[in-house]
Design a protein around this ligand. Structure first.
Ligand code: FES
Ligand code: FES
Length: 168
């Protein structure tokens, strides 16, 4: 067992983990962060996406020991004081989900995308989210949601302040 410390959604945790433990399993099974989901066993779907020191990563492709000392944000850490993050709000308002299974990863990847490109075109959104799969093929509304979030987060827009993501 190896001792790892990390901050997840603003809370510090120190645990003993087996060296082979994937970060997604540590988050879900040890820390109870079940909002981060496992949608495949091939690192293809992106459902497990989190922000690791400000970068979106597939948490099924990282070992928990590799995250030692990191600052992590999961989908559960985005809302502040009961107010949804603008990207969460936009997914809600624009029906950016069908079964919702892919939604946590889509939202985390979209936040990273908007951090790099605050006003993406439709094709830039599609390209930016291509590592995340929606098996319901709800892509049209996901793209619409991300573009609506971009508008809501634009300087001068009347939206709630985006919650900071770890490392930013
Ligand atoms: S569960 Fe991580 S990419 Fe599918
Ligand atoms: S909403 Fe069902 S997988 Fe995307």
């Amino acid at each position: 067992m190896t001792r790892v410390s990390m901050t997840v959604d603003g809370v510090s945790y120190t645990d003993e983990v087996e060296p082979r433990t994937l970060l997604v399993h540590h988050l879900r099974e040890r820390l109870g962060k079940v909002g981060t989901v496992v949608g495949c066993d091939t690192s293809n779907c992106g459902a497990c996406t989190i922000a690791l020191d400000g970068q979106s990563v597939k948490s099924c492709s990282v070992l928990a020991v590799q995250a030692d000392g990191s600052d992590i944000t999961t989908v559960e850490g985005l809302a502040r004081d009961g107010v949804l993050h603008p990207v969460q709000q936009a997914f809600h308002e624009n029906h950016g989900l069908q079964c919702g299974f892919c939604t946590p990863g889509m939202i985390m990847a979209a936040i990273d995308l908007l951090g790099e490109n605050p006003d993406p075109t439709e094709s830039e959104v599609r390209h930016g989210l291509e590592g995340n799969l929606c098996r319901c093929t709800g892509y049209q509304n996901i793209v619409k949601s991300v573009q609506a979030a971009a508008k809501a987060m634009a300087p001068g827009a009347h939206a709630s302040t985006p919650a900071p993501v770890a490392g930013e």
